[in-house]
Design a protein around this ligand. Structure first.
Ligand code: PLP
Length: 397
C-alpha cells in the first residue's frame, strides 16, 4: 500500500489552492475580468529590472557549464558570503556565510529547519492564525502541532496562553512576521518578552526550544513599520527567508536558512540543517537564481501597488461596514465574515464572483483572507461586489 498520509495530502488540495483552481475554471467560463480572485499570494508586480539585467548578464557572460552546474549542497560560497553581508548590514549582528543554507524558498527553508530540529513526538507551537502548510511541514517532520490563538482582533501574542502551551516536549515555535493572513508585525517589545519566556521555559525543563522565524514578507511593511532582527532577542533562533515576495520570484524557488553564530551549538545545528536538506533532497538550490539573488538580494520589486491596494481596500471595506484588521505588512487583509461560518460566507461571496479564503484552515474561525496582491483595477472593479455582498446580509436581518 502506498503512503496514505501522502495520498491524502495529494488528493485534497489546501483551501487556498482549491479556490485558486476554482477561479481558473470560473474565469474560463465567464471571462477573467468578471471574477474577482483574491485567493492566492502570488505577487502581481514584476521582478526588479536589475534582476532581469543580472540574469541576462549571467547568461551572456558566464560559462554555461558552471552557471547551470551543481553548486555546493548548501549553496555557492560567494552567494552565501553575499547573503551574510546583506544580513549583517540589515541587523548589525554577526552573520557567518558558513552558517547560511540556500534553499528552494520559504517552504523548503521551513521543512528543512523542522526536520533538522524535531524528533518524533516533539511539539511545535504555532500562533493562530498561521500559514496552513505549517501543519503539513511539522507533521511530516514527526512533530505534533500545537496551536496557540493570538489575541482576538489585534492578533498580537497572547503570552498567558503561550506560556500555558509550552511543555517539556516543546521543541520549536514558528513565528511569521509580517503575518499571513493578518498582516500583523510582531513588535520589538513582544519579541523581547518572547525571548525571555522561551529562555525561562528552557531553564525550567532543561530543554532546547528553537524559534523558527518565517520571514518571506519581511520587505513588505507599511507606514514605516520595521521588522526586527529576531536572533537579537533569542539565542536559539533560525531565520527562514525567501525572495519569493520581495523580489516577485515565487516560481523560481529561492531563499535561505540563517543559523546565527551566537546560537549555542550553531555548527552542529547547521550540520543538522545540511543533513535535513540532504535527506529531503533540497540540496543545491537553483544555481542561476542563487547567482542572481547574490547580485540583487537587498533590492525589492516596486511594491508601491500593495500600499495603494491596502489603503483602497481597507478604507472602502470599512466604509461599507466590514470589520477589518489594518495590516502592518504582507499583502493580505483579514476581515470578519458576516456570518459565523466563514466557509459559508465564502460560498456566498462566490455568488458575487468574489473569491475569498475562509480562515478555518489558518486555525481560527469567523474571518476571511483577502490577498490584495492584484491590480488596483481589480480592487476597484470588485468594490460593488463587496458592497452587494454586505447588503445581502443586511437584507437578511
Ligand atoms: N510562509 C508563508 C507565511 C507564506 O505565506 C508562504 C507563501 O505564500 C510561504 C511560507 C512559502 O513561500 P515560498 O514561496 O518562498 O516557498
Amino acid at each position: 500500500m502506498i503512503n496514505q498520509k501522502m495520498l491524502g495530502l495529494g488528493t485534497k488540495r489546501s483551501a487556498i489552492r482549491e479556490l485558486f483552481e476554482y477561479g481558473k475554471q470560473r474565469k474560463a467560463e465567464i471571462g477573467a475580468d468578471k471574477v474577482f480572485d483574491f485567493s492566492i499570494g502570488n505577487p502581481s508586480v514584476p521582478a526588479p529590472e536589475a534582476l532581469t539585467e543580472a540574469l541576462k548578464d549571467l547568461i551572456a557572460n558566464t560559462d554555461p557549464v558552471a552557471l547551470h552546474g551543481y553548486t555546493s549542497a548548501q549553496g555557492d560560497a560567494a552567494v552565501r558570503a553575499a547573503v551574510a553581508e546583506a544580513e549583517e548590514a540589515r541587523s548589525g549582528c554577526d552573520v557567518d556565510p558558513n552558517l547560511i543554507y540556500m534553499t528552494c524558498g520559504a517552504a523548503a527553508s521551513l521543512t528543512v529547519s523542522l526536520h533538522a530540529i524535531v524528533n518524533p513526538g516533539d511539539e511545535v507551537i504555532v500562533l493562530a492564525p498561521y500559514f496552513p502548510e505549517y501543519r503539513v511541514f511539522a507533521e511530516k517532520a514527526g512533530a505534533i502541532l500545537r496551536e496557540v490563538p493570538c489575541i482576538s482582533g489585534s492578533f498580537r501574542i497572547d503570552f498567558a496562553a503561550l506560556s500555558a502551551a509550552i511543555t517539556p516536549r516543546t521543541k520549536a515555535m514558528i513565528i511569521n512576521s509580517p503575518n499571513n493572513p493578518t498582516g500583523a508585525v510582531i513588535p520589538a517589545a513582544d519579541l523581547e518578552k518572547l525571548g525571555k519566556l522561551l529562555s525561562e521555559k528552557e531553564g525550567d525543563s532543561d530543554s532546547e526550544i528553537f524559534l523558527i522565524c518565517d520571514e518571506p514578507y519581511r520587505a513588505l511593511t507599511y507606514d514605516g513599520v520595521e521588522v526586527p532582527y529576531v536572533p537579537a532577542f533569542y539565542h536559539r533562533t533560525l531565520v527562514c527567508y525567501s525572495y519569493s515576495k520581495a523580489l516577485s520570484l515565487p516560481g523560481e524557488r529561492i531563499g535561505y536558512i540563517l543559523v546565527p553564530p551566537a546560537m549555542p551549538g550553531a555548527k552542529e545545528v547547521y550540520a543538522a540543517v545540511c543533513g535535513a536538506g540532504r535527506a529531503l533532497g533540497f540540496v543545491c538550490a537553483p544555481s542561476l537564481m542563487q547567482y542572481a539573488v547574490a547580485k540583487c538580494g537587498n533590492m525589492t520589486a516596486d511594491l508601491s501597488v500593495y500600499e495603494t491596494n491596502r489603503k483602497l481596500l481597507s478604507e472602502s471595506l470599512s466604509e461599507m461596514g466590514y470589520s477589518i484588521t489594518n495590516p502592518d505588512g504582507a499583502f493580505y487583509l483579514f476581515v470578519k465574515a458576516l456570518e459565523e461560518d466563514a466557509a459559508a460566507f465564502c460560498e456566498k461571496a462566490k455568488q458575487f464572483e468574489l473569491l475569498l479564503v475562509p480562515s478555518d484552515s489558518f486555525g481560527v474561525k469567523g474571518y476571511v483572507r483577502i490577498s490584495y496582491c492584484v491590480s488596483t483595477q481589480q480592487i476597484q472593479a470588485a468594490l460593488p461586489a463587496f458592497k452587494a455582498l454586505y447588503e445581502s446580509y443586511e437584507k437578511k436581518d
